[in-house]
Design a protein around this ligand. Sequence first.
Ligand SMILES: [Ca+2]
Ligand SMILES: [Ca+2]
Ligand SMILES: [Ca+2]
Ligand SMILES: [Ca+2]
Length: 432
Amino acid sequence: MNIRHTSAIVGAIAIGAMAVASVLPISATPQYDTNPATAPLPQYDYGDTSKSFVVDLQFGDTSATPVKVAVGEGRSYSHLGDPPLLRLSLTDDDGAPGPSFNAWDPRWVLDETGGHGEQLTVRPGPGTLVVPFDGDVASMLVRDQRAGTDLATVDLGPAVHEFCVAHPTDPECIESDLAVTSTTASGDPLGVVGQAVPVTVGAVVANLGPDGPVDADVTQTAVASVGATVTPSTLSVDVDGLAVGMPRTLTNQYSVTCDTAGLKTVVVTTKVVPEKAKVADLVAANNERSVTFSLDCAVPVTVNVKPGSLRNPVNVNEGAIPIAVLTTKAGEYGQPVAFDAATIEAATVRVGVRGALVATGTGAPEMHGKVHLEDSVELDEHTRDGDADGVVHARADQIPVQTSTTELCVRGRFGAGASTTFFGCDHIEVVP
Ligand SMILES: [Ca+2]
Ligand SMILES: [Ca+2]
Ligand SMILES: [Ca+2]
Ligand SMILES: [Ca+2]
């Protein structure tokens, strides 16, 4: 018995005085391979001679709880002579099995209490396991070979990372400054309540060196202001092989839905971190970058171009196209929100084609500078429902209407302070 085993036993005895001791059943059947013809050949297992994993666990009868995992200076002792009581199996950070070792079970102690001479007993208590360091190792399974049960899976990644952040130039470690160098968000700046607007978010991630390439984990979180919903709220992208000097552009699609009218914002934050524990990114400040997307959520309105006509024929040179913006209750024509055309601010009205009106608000103004309040016919082109609708007029050449135009839209603001936007469209048929 060497010094290490003796000290382990002394330590276990000291703790074991507080724990319940049990005498090992003599009939215990070993669960390991005792046949020298088939048992795996022992391997030199010192590994990295300058450091090792030192794992402190609290052992119970059927499980063990990691208490502390550290990277210690000095090589791991060899497990070659250890009996097959515990099996320590390492797993790489890519899931591949690494080396495994037999080890003494720290719960096994030689004990003279009871007056029957020395005998092996098992006492729950603290124990330390030491295995060779490897920067690619992610976890260690501790298996009780005698009982045939797994005692613990120990996450070694944090210890690897802590060591490599402290020693980035160690041969087992990689130093890479990952960064999100820019991010953009684009989409229609105008939406309507109840409908989704697609938003494209771009982000550039880079490895600023010195080492590479490395694999990176990129996460994006999207947060919408009150009255809007964004999906997905989070997403993750694996960026493998991010080389120094070769930034990667990521493009992700989001959907923003207006729940209420008004100005909304969506903040999308992109964060990059090294995937592997052995990669040290010593500059954290550039790992995260946000972009804000602004969206004006309009009240959708029901529009009747040329009240009285179902066909809505429009000439490209027409001097005054009448367009009724209907006053509606919530639910009428499927609209989610009630709208009172009497509250339209005439100066804000623009009539145009959908793309230009949505993107920039570009269109023809109300040609008389006022909204004509009258009980317009409804979309059936003959019913009048008794409430006042807002009829506006626009010149075709100011919109401008082209032979390819198939719909006209109205955008403007209404209500107290003209603070809320409305938007609606109706089909047209361009005629000579
Ligand atoms: Ca960084
Ligand atoms: Ca019509
Ligand atoms: Ca009405
Ligand atoms: Ca009416």
